[in-house]
Design a protein around this ligand. Structure first.
Ligand SMILES: NC(=O)c1ccc[n+]([C@@H]2O[C@H](COP(=O)([O-])OP(=O)(O)OC[C@H]3O[C@@H](n4cnc5c(N)ncnc54)[C@H](O)[C@@H]3O)[C@@H](O)[C@H]2O)c1
Length: 445
């Protein structure tokens, strides 16, 4: 998407240049702002500054180069430099899962601890990371205690809803912009930063800090709940001989339900949903809202069960044991359009198959390198056909478009046995069966 950003831009920093932060920095530059991105990972900074995105995201690499060339985007490891550079700082650091399931906020605190002592005047710290409710207010007090006198830092929360795989488009033209603000002036300044998408009709919702934090956690909880609900229905279908794909299709026609995020299969993974559902559950438990904590614990349990049920189905198709069986795997990224394998359900299943003695050969259009870093013990193939060669079983685990297009006759010619499990409810069952494949899926007869 080409944005014609006219008029002088603001100077802003983006602290944390990972999946969210790098995309945000590049897109803010595309909107016409002067951007300094800060990350503690010197290798990542050097790579991005040299024009190479450290991960795959459609359109990101091109925009990164364009904005570096335009001189609107720079990178540093220095928070002090960031404090001098701008008076709007976007906080995009990670909030991973702590061992007890809650959100680990150490990156958030480390980032502001490094920034605050160098602040020289009034400024805005706009949090985009996904955090538990109450974080923004606690952070504001912590920053106030560390900033020099006169450096009045106001914290605003601007949660991010981008989806990996369409992150650039989502950043440039989001569904909505949520601003949790303590003052109208703070909200107005961020509205100026987003003037371009707002001018094109993107709605802006201004609210208090706590509600803004909750919007993000609640959105992820809703989405995860939909997926786990349909996957629990898949278990009902399995127990009764019904077909969950037909069931989901019929449910989706009800416009109050809708068909999106209702695809049965292997469930969700990635760097966000699993940890955010657990963090929200931890918050609910801490607040004494046991009912929500229980719902979210079940959502997580159903989701994780999808992975073990997929392995059980593979074992059944393999004749009762996976030991020595050759399994060709299509897709290892946590979702199509990304090379991210953080908490990838697919990679988890691959590991479990290998643990049972299967010889697992994996293909993915872009995620082979990132998967091999995490699971060097698996075998990797440069094409779907190579992954399937001599396989006793083919597992379709990530819903890339190119796998939907595969000719089952071509794959059928290289496998040892024509067994396929479609764990993403994406392949054309009739086509595969017509080509002589035994076609299996969770929740389907
Ligand atoms: N990835 C997504 O699709 C997505 C979408 C919406 C929201 N989020 C949220 O955004 C946040 C970041 O997620 P991510 O996927 O980009 O994580 P990430 O791990 O890819 O990126 C975090 C970055 O922060 C850097 N960092 C850590 N400590 C730092 C510090 N003190 N100063 C500067 N940089 C520091 C890390 O080196 C890393 O590059 C999380 O809260 C996540 O839940 C992510």
């Amino acid at each position: 998407m080409e944005i014609d950003a006219t008029g002088p831009g603001a100077s802003v920093t983006v602290i944390g240049a990972g999946y969210l932060g790098l995309t945000h920095a590049v897109c803010l530059a595309e909107l016409g702002h002067d951007v300094l991105a800060v990350d503690t990972d010197a290798r990542k900074v050097a790579q991005a500054a040299a024009g190479t995105a450290p991960f795959f995201e459609p359109g990101l690499q091109e925009l990164l180069r364009k904005q570096l060339d335009a001189g609107r985007l720079r990178f540093t490891t220095s928070h002090a430099e960031a404090a001098r550079f701008a008076d709007i700082h976007f906080l995009c650091v990670g909030t991973p899962q702590a061992p007890d399931g809650s959100a680990d906020l150490s990156q958030v605190y480390a980032a502001t601890d490094a920034l605050a002592p160098h602040l020289a005047g009034p400024c805005l710290i706009a949090g985009k990371s996904t955090v538990p409710v109450g974080t923004a207010r606690a952070l504001a007090a912590r920053i106030a205690a560390q900033a020099p006198a006169g450096a009045r830092a106001e914290v605003i929360w601007n949660p991010e809803f981008l989806r990996e795989g369409s992150a650039v488009v989502d950043s440039l033209m989001p569904d909505r912009i949520v601003l949790g603000a303590s003052s109208q002036q703070a909200a107005d300044r961020l509205k100026q930063v987003y003037a371009e998408p707002i001018g094109q009709g993107v709605p802006v919702l201004v609210m208090d800090l706590e509600t803004a934090e909750l919007v993000k956690m609640s959105a992820n909880a809703f989405l995860a709940t939909r997926l786990s609900f349909i996957n629990a229905l898949a278990e009902v279908c399995e127990a009764t001989g019904a077909d969950v794909a037909a069931l989901a299709g019929a449910l989706g026609y009800d416009e109050r339900i809708g068909g999106r995020f209702l695809t049965p299969g292997l469930g969700y993974g990635g760097g966000c949903l699993p940890k955010d559902i657990r963090a929200f559950g931890a918050v609910a438990a801490e607040l004494g809202i046991g009912s929500l904590a229980t719902v979210l614990t079940e959502v997580d349990a159903i989701n994780m069960r999808c992975r073990s049920r997929t392995v059980e189905l593979a074992r059944e198709v393999a004749g009762g044991s996976l030991a020595g069986r050759r399994v060709g795997v299509l897709g290892v990224a946590f979702k199509p359009g990304s090379d991210d394998v953080r908490n990838s359900a697919s990679l988890d299943v691959c590991g479990r198959l290998a643990a049972e003695g299967a010889v697992v050969t994996v293909h993915d259009p872009v995620a082979l390198r990132s998967a091999a870093l995490v699971r060097p013990d698996l075998q990797y193939a440069e094409s779907a056909v190579a992954a399937a060669a001599y396989a006793d079983l083919v597992l379709h685990l990530t819903d890339w478009e190119e796998y939907r297009m595969i000719d089952p006759h071509v794959l059928g010619a290289v496998v040892a046995r024509r067994n396929v499990i479609d764990a993403r409810t994406a392949l054309d069952e009739h086509r595969w069966r017509s080509a002589g494949w035994s076609f299996r899926a969770l929740g389907r007869p």
